[in-house]
Write a protein that binds this ligand. Structure first.
Ligand code: NDP
Ligand code: 5RP
Length: 484
């Protein structure tokens, strides 16, 4: 076996197989290995003529076919299988070689792995990859972490296969060790809130306004030509147009209403809790999927036949219905802005906590193409970080501040009507509550702090005097003492 390949892929399922083909298509010499050789054979039989591949039966053969310094991209099941492959590769590789984990790893695992592998003189890069199977094949958005040195070696390879947005490759070095996987995790969290907001909009039109799936598909198609232009809006229209082959019904009506999840949304929320950053839109989206999957509890609730909530707007005059659909579009945009603002705040907080130097404008730029949340308004987000206008919060950048003010009436109308009809809109309403909380001059947290002091002597600060105070609640006349 001659050491000719400039890059290798381990794990040739949906993502790895597509990534290997993308690499070969762009002129890379690609070594390929899969635990089960039949998968390698299948890939070669179906696509071996698309470029220069070096199929290997064993991992030792795979490593031997790579030119030095070797670059091996692992794309296997996240968790223990990834650890196994890293260990086996590290045993066969040499100092200076680079192992890339392009799966959906949790960033603390990436930090741990990078520490262990770099101690052996090898480079380890945790790289977020988004775009699903099609993106991996035609151009994903890529979020590599790891050292600057490894980025220098990987840059030409990754730039050759990444999606292009306005001619620029959708890949940038995010930061040291786990930074790439952290940013990919937040990308997925935002993906959850984007999807839930679209689903809530659908629900309001379907149950609230009594529109058909086909009519709603047309609405999403029209929205895709507005500021909401995005991949997720586009595929939503496509899904809602689809008819079930067996029954002729809209396909969406025969899909069981339980949304699955693999964990990245949950990680985003857990990590936000650790960093004390409110990501209310993302967390409500995670919980909404959780609620959808509470089969027995939901069945029991059905049996209760609660006599609450008013009926929807069915039968509403066309003009009024159109106006409400427009309200939903504006509310969706405003809530989406809040979810992105929260996601970027989480990245900012993590950068501070973990010592990463993350360029938020670059993050927005590489999300413009290839990934699941790709959207027109990411150009605006990128500009807002570039100019410094969004440094504290995206919501304060003039373009987004104006968008929120414009949407305000619609946003409140949609949330209040949904509440009246009994249609759940957890992300619409939590995003609005975040916005209102953030802009409130005085919050009722003063009362909570008073309660904490009352039952637990947890102290409080005063608005009119520096120091820490405690009221002796149990004593006569309740004197206040200054503790420091
Ligand atoms: N699917 C998607 O849309 C996206 C997936 N990802 C991530 O990319 C990675 C790959 O995803 P996907 O292509 O969907 O494949 P899967 O997550 O389904 O993993 C299948 C691959 O993992 C290999 N594998 C499983 N267990 C082991 C093991 N113990 N040792 C060695 N290899 C093992 C399989 O080999 P074998 O053929 O022998 O079973 C196969 O190549 C995952 O980390 C996933 O989270 C990231 C972005 C999008
Ligand atoms: O990473 C992805 C896209 O960016 C994957 O599609 C991911 O699996 C989606 O998450 P979930 O399965 O939890 O919905």
């Amino acid at each position: 076996m001659t050491a000719e390949a400039n890059v290798g892929v381990v794990g040739l399922a949906a993502m790895g197989g597509s990534l290997a083909r993308n690499l070969a298509y762009h002129g890379n010499k690609v070594a390929v290995f899969n635990r089960t050789y039949a998968r390698t054979e299948k890939l070669m039989a179906e696509h071996g003529d698309e470029g220069e591949f070096f199929p290997a039966k064993t991992l030792a053969e795979f490593v031997a076919s790579l030119a030095k310094p070797r670059v091996a991209i692992i794309m296997v099941k996240a968790g223990a299988p990834t650890d196994t492959m890293i260990d086996q590769l590290a045993d066969l590789m040499e100092p200076g070689d680079i192992i890339v984990d392009a799966g959906n790893a949790h960033f603390p695992d990436t930090i741990r792995r990078e520490k262990a592998i770099s101690a052996r003189g090898l480079h380890f890069v945790g790289c977020g990859v988004s775009g699903g199977e099609e993106g991996a094949l035609k151009g994903p958005s890529m979020m590599p972490g790891g050292s600057e040195e490894s980025w220098k070696a990987l840059k030409p390879i990754f730039e050759s296969i990444a999606a292009k947005a306005e001619g620029k490759p959708c890949v940038a070095h995010i930061g040291e060790n786990g930074a790439g996987h952290f940013v990919k995790m937040v990308h997925n969290g935002i993906e959850y809130s984007d999807m839930q907001l679209i689903a809530e909009s659908y629900d309001l039109m379907r149950r609230g306004l009594g529109m058909t799936a086909e009519e709603i598909a047309d609405v999403f198609e029209a929205w895709n030509a507005t500021e909401l232009n995005s991949y997720l809006i586009e595929i939503t229209a496509d899904i809602l147009h689809e008819k079930d082959k067996k029954t002729g019904k809209p396909l969406v009506d025969v899909i069981v209403d339980h949304a699955g999840m693999k964990g990245t949304g949950t990680w985003t929320v857990q990590s936000a809790l650790d960093l004390a950053v409110p990501v209310t839109g993302i967390s409500e989206a995670v919980f909404a999927r959780g609620l959808s999957d509470q089969t027995e509890l939901r069945e029991e609730a059905q049996k209760q036949d609660f006599q609450v909530g008013r009926s929807g707007l069915e039968g509403m005059p066309l003009e009024e219905r159109q106006a409400f659909v427009n309200n939903i579009r504006e509310a969706l945009y405003a809530s989406k802005i809040v979810a992105y603002a929260q996601g970027f705040n989480e990245i900012q907080a993590a950068a501070k906590a973990y010592g990463w130097d993350i360029d938020l404008a670059a993050v927005a730029r590489i999300w413009r193409g290839g990934c699941i949340i790709r959207a027109k308004f990411l150009n605006r987000i990128s500009d807002a970080f570039e100019s410094g206008e969004a440094n504290v919060s995206l919501l304060f950048a003039p373009y987004f501040k104006d968008a929120l003010e414009t949407a305000d009436h619609s946003w409140r109308r949609v949330v209040s009507r949904a509440v009246n009809f009994g249609i759940p809109v957890p992300v619409f309403s939590s995003s609005l509550a975040y916005f209102d909380g953030l802009r409130s001059k005085r919050l009722p947290a003063c009362l909570i702090q008073g309660q904490r002091d009352y039952f637990g002597a947890h102290t409080y600060q005063r608005v009119d005097e520096p120091g820490v105070f405690h009221t002796l609640w149990a004593e006569k006349d309740r004197p206040e003492i200054k503790e420091s």
